[in-house]
Write a protein that binds this ligand. Structure first.
Ligand code: ADP
Ligand code: F6P
Length: 324
């Protein structure tokens, strides 16, 4: 079968935003233009697609964005697009606007939508964009590097005051289902405890015993990094204070971890992934996700990518425990 020639590429960001998404959008736009293709920006993810919020993009549409957090295309979650009717409507709108290739920047949910668009005749490529690092096929996701550095710097500051007041501090970082941000900060901040959704057994008494032992050994602070998926940081702080007699405070870092100027790594990796997505589309590829694995950028079938499972790196987890 002859390969479909792609003439107009659409690009959208979907799900939770992540610093570095703008670098990927910029790379898609400028690579496409360099290859003589037209580019259309789809605003607000699949929600904007269904509302036909589609704008022409040129080289200057992506000026001054590489250093900015968030996404210039905005993002949204869209229940309608999870239905067969919504997906059919989305594909028809793409065709109406001449979009024959689409780049979807987002997480696993967004890739499910990308797979549907692909099945409906719109050549579609996914780029992993999430601060959670929870995309199984890729060792890198756009935004994780910035998010862990933002969280690490915040935790360093909390540690200063925690030490001055000789307190215990529970710091909740993002990651509703995935503990990678907590694990990396646990190692990077030298935390005494890390509680990951993938590993925590709920045994608070053991934590209390370790806090009491540490205080007896003369430790001035006790940093517990709690992933969002464990939650209950404030009530946990109250219980720990009551059981140990040590003043305990909870800080929930929240959405500040999703914002801010992207790190160099996030800008560079996102730029390369954006350029690669356009190259794949011009080669006639569809239903693929770009991934970073063993030092290389590769592409994988979307359904295969969605079936892969990722777990916490056991060695990293072990190291975080012995160092803390
Ligand atoms: P992420 O892409 O970060 O995993 P979500 O899970 O919120 O974020 O998914 C983003 C969007 O992708 C959803 O709001 C929805 O529009 C679309 N989506 C999610 N699951 C599906 C699905 N099974 N089929 C089609 N679209 C989906
Ligand atoms: O971007 C990823 C993430 O931060 C998850 O850790 C969290 O579960 C989710 O987004 C929360 O997103 P929101 O508050 O936008 O619903």
């Amino acid at each position: 079968m002859a390969q479909k020639e792609v003439k107009t590429i659409g690009v959208l960001t979907s799900g939770g935003d992540a610093p570095g998404m703008n670098a990927a959008i910029r790379a898609v736009v400028r690579t496409a233009i360099a290859k003589g293709l037209k580019v259309k920006g789809v605003m607000r993810g699949y929600a904007g697609l269904l509302q036909e919020e589609i704008v022409d993009m040129n080289s200057s549409s992506v000026s001054e964005c590489i250093n900015k957090g968030g996404t210039i295309l905005y993002t949204a979650r869209c229940t309608e697009f999870t239905t067969a009717e919504g997906q059919k409507k989305g594909a028809e709108i793409c065709k109406k606007h001449g979009i024959d290739g689409m780049v979807v920047i987002g997480g696993d949910g967004s890739f499910k939508g990308a797979g549907k668009l692909s099945a409906l005749g719109i050549n579609t490529i996914g780029i992993p964009g999430t601060i959670d690092l929870d995309i199984a096929c890729s060792e890198y996701t756009i935004g994780f590097d910035t998010a862990v550095n933002t969280a690490m710097n915040a935790i360093d500051k909390i540690r200063d005051t925690s030490t001055s007041h000789e307190r215990c501090s529970i710091i909740e970082v993002m990651g509703r289902k995935a503990g990678y941000i907590a694990l990396w900060c646990g190692i990077g901040n030298g935390a005494e405890e890390i509680l990951l959704p993938e590993r925590y057994d709920g045994d608070e008494q053991q934590i209390i015993n370790r806090i009491i032992d540490a205080r007896k050994r003369g430790k001035k602070h006790y940093i517990i990094i709690n992933a969002e998926g464990i939650g209950h940081s404030t009530s946990m702080a109250r219980r720990i204070e009551a059981a140990t007699g040590i003043e305990t405070r909870a800080t929930i870092l929240g959405h500040m971890q999703r914002g801010g100027s992207p790190t160099c790594k996030d800008r560079v990796y996102a730029s390369i992934m954006g350029a690669k997505a356009v190259e794949l589309l011009t080669e006639g590829a569809s239903n693929r996700v770009i991934a970073y694995k063993n030092g290389q950028y590769i592409d994988i079938d979307i359904q295969e990518a969605l079936m892969m499972k990722k777990d916490i790196d056991e060695e990293q987890y072990y190291i975080s425990k012995i160092l803390g």
